[in-house]
Design a protein around this ligand. Structure first.
Ligand code: 13P
Ligand code: SF4
Length: 364
């Protein structure tokens, strides 16, 4: 095959149509040996090649049950790590662009979380009183931290159930890295805002007093998603003033004031399902990433549904966007040649504890 000699740099010079044809041809050759998992925020040119699409929970379940030899994850780094942790040893997980990270996941590091745990231990008995809960948008070493401390992982679609699981075991939760998912979920469970405090990892004792920590039910890490923090309650008010019949739906990574004004709050998969199953001729204002909203708008047009993006400015996930047809064609053609590039491998000492925390979630 002529492509054998092509480097990533050569692929970068190819246009999208060329890559499209190469991806289709390589997929045909690989057949069932390879599965492509695609997150809903992937751009169209990549998304259309996914064998399975979904939110983080659905894709992690898919990775755990897949029979394929190669799992190509069109998503971001933490998702590929989860796939590697949950897959069998003989399977190989590939991330087409290794620079596809998640800025929110980067806001919590093991060093900072361990320091937080040590400082909390000076105020209370953390092992008896606190369950560490990490959002799946976090590095594998943080999932391992949760595994070591009898904690658990959650996603945007099961955060409520996971918090219930946690409170059934211990009275407090340390929730990282996304403060918004933690706050939005806790509040919907009936926890008052003043019993959820924010831990500022740049300050001693998180910038909190011992009394504030003792009173708190949930200690929220000071992390956020740079895409979802762009949505504002004023954008909802302005839109409703023009189209009062609109239904508002938001991802729980959006700020509290936005989720409070929304009619529905849910994961990417829930957003798609809710709008798809709504009656025809309805109008929707959606607070999540632009690629998903644009696809949903096109899909729903034929049912007379109007789907609008909440923010007046473009907010795409720039790291999801890094996975382009050029990278996908490059990794697939290498697989056809039995060459694995951009493999994601979590070291087994870390993976073991991370698997504990992930399985706690999957078993709930
Ligand atoms: P979902 O699990 O809802 O797809 O969310 C993943 C994510 O990264 C949202 O920003
Ligand atoms: Fe991370 Fe936000 Fe991108 Fe999701 S949308 S992958 S949370 S940066």
């Amino acid at each position: 095959m002529r492509s054998q000699a092509l480097t990533l740099h050569d692929f970068a010079l190819l246009d999208d149509d060329d890559c499209e044809a190469r991806i289709i041809a390589a997929k045909q050759q690989l057949g069932r040996r390879c599965i492509i998992l695609g997150h809903h925020y992937q751009r169209d040119e990549v998304f259309r090649h996914a064998d399975v699409t979904g939110d983080s929970l659905k894709l992690s379940r898919e990775a755990a049950r897949s029979e394929a030899e190669y799992i190509v994850f069109c998503g971001v780094h933490f998702m590929a790590e989860v796939a590697d942790i949950l897959s069998r040893p003989e399977q190989t997980v590939i991330l087409p662009d290794l620079a596809a990270g998640c800025s929110m996941a980067d806001m919590a590091t093991l060093v900072n979380v361990e320091r937080c745990w040590r400082e909390l231990s000076e105020v209370m008995d953390t092992d008896l009183q606190v369950t560490p809960v990490t959002y799946i948008n976090s590095a594998a070493d943080l999932k391992a931290f949760c595994g070591r401390h009898n904690g658990i992982v959650c996603t945007s679609s099961n955060a409520g159930t996971i918090l219930e699981w946690s409170f059934a075991r211990r009275e407090k939760v340390l929730f990282f890295p996304d403060q918004h998912l933690g706050r939005n979920t806790g509040y919907r469970m009936g926890i008052p805002l003043d019993e959820m405090v924010v831990w500022d990892f740049d300050k001693p004792l998180g910038g909190l007093s011992e009394e504030e920590i003792r009173r708190a039910k949930i200690i929220l890490w000071k992390g956020f998603c740079s895409v979802h923090q762009m949505f504002r309650p004023q954008q909802i008010d302005d839109f409703l003033a023009r189209y009062p019949e609109t239904r508002v739906i938001a991802h729980p990574e959006a700020p509290f004031e936005v989720c409070e004004k929304a009619d529905y709050v849910g994961s990417t998969e829930t957003i798609l399902k809710t709008v798809r199953e709504a009656e025809p001729n309805t109008r929707w204002l959606v607070a999540t990433e632009l690629n998903l909203v644009n696809r949903l708008r096109e899909e729903c047009k034929s049912q007379g549904k109007n789907v609008h993006f909440m923010s007046p400015t473009v907010c795409m996930c720039s790291t999801m966007f890094r996975t382009d047809p050029q990278h996908v064609a490059w990794i697939l053609e290498n697989l056809v040649e039995n060459k694995v590039v951009n493999r994601i491998m979590v070291p087994e000492d870390e993976a073991g504890f991370a698997r504990l925390a992930l399985n706690n979630m999957l078993n709930v």
